[in-house]
Design a protein around this ligand. Structure first.
Ligand code: NAD
Length: 278
């Protein structure tokens, strides 16, 4: 389990990835995303999760320059969007993202969603980018076990990460176990359940017992489950609060009580049946 914001998971290729990062979905490009990343870096975060879809890679790039840390101390993830999937178009999309971020390399590049008939060709491009040293690690997002198994029928390199929707209402036990058995690190997106869980009585009770917020309890549950988290906020006090989870521990009965909240329910779309009209 990570013991600080800077502590890392070792991916199966040896690259170290911080186990805690800032998500920037819906952080506006420009000042909002730049400030959010600066607050996060000051609070001790070392990883940022963006995507071509978030339309804020320019701002993330600016923040990388302004935050005062050497590039190699930051871990930057971005993702290829669905309409760019395919071999050539992924190579082009990567180059666009890299230029917007204004970096020589990206730490982790992910396939955003498993677009049928395309993700194997997309993966071939990801492997090429990896072999060329343009990305330090490659992975997938929103892949069920069957998507990973299907990908592996043609892949030469196994994904290093699977970033999936994961929170107390969708605890993803089987997929987590499968990924662990394959040495694939799981990252939780919407780790806070998009702020819908803060009134949940079981969580409120555990939070009161530890004198912590519900957000902190949920994030602590994730890290005790060996999951990477990327909570999103643009507010300094929340960014600091979310990272302040290393001075308490959930005991076995706290963990079990949170586990019972699972309803296999999603705030996002199901990777077996997703529709995006853009
Ligand atoms: P989240 O679970 O991180 O919740 C974010 C919401 O919680 C925001 O409204 C924020 O203002 C609020 N919040 C954060 N900290 C709080 C606190 N301490 N107290 C009160 N409110 C708080 O949801 P998310 O943004 O959907 O997910 C996090 C990140 O995951 C995204 O920013 C993005 O980087 C990534 N993501 C990836 C995918 C994917 O398909 N791979 C999909 C969605 C999100």
């Amino acid at each position: 389990m990570i013991k600080s914001l800077q502590d890392t998971f070792t991916l199966h290729n040896g690259v170290k990835m911080p186990g805690f990062g800032l998500g920037v979905y819906k952080a506006a490009d420009g000042e909002e995303v730049i400030n959010a990343i600066k607050y996060a870096v000051n609070a001790g975060y070392r990883a940022v999760d963006t995507a071509a879809l978030y339309f804020n890679e320019d701002g993330v790039g600016e923040a990388i320059k302004q935050c005062g840390l050497p590039r190699e101390e930051l871990f930057i993830t971005t993702k290829v969007w669905n309409s760019d999937q395919g071999y050539e178009s992924t190579l082009e999309a990567f180059e666009k993202s890299r230029r917007k971020l204004d970096v020589d390399y990206i730490d982790l590049y992910l396939i955003h969603w498993p677009v049928k008939e395309k993700y194997k060709e997309t993966w071939r491009a990801m492997e090429e980018l990896y072999r060329a040293g343009k990305v330090r690690a490659i992975g997938v997002s929103n892949f069920h076990q069957h998507h990973i198994e299907d990908l592996m029928t043609t892949a030469e390199i196994k994904p290093m990460v699977n970033q999936i929707e994961l929170h107390p209402l969708l605890s993803q036990v089987e997929l987590r176990d499968y990924c662990r058995s394959q040495d694939i690190v799981v990252t939780a997106w919407s780790p806070l359940g998009r702020a819908h869980l803060f009134e949940e009585p079981v969580l409120v009770k555990i939070a009161e017992k530890h004198n912590k917020s519900v957000a902190q309890v949920i994030l602590r549950w994730h890290i005790q489950n060996e999951v990477m988290v990327i909570p999103k906020s643009a507010h300094e006090h929340r960014i600091i609060e979310n990272g302040d989870i290393f001075d308490f521990e959930l005991n076995r009965s706290d963990m079990e009580a949170i586990n019972t909240l699972n309803k296999n329910s999603r705030f996002g779309q199901n990777p077996d049946n997703f529709h995006f009209d853009f």
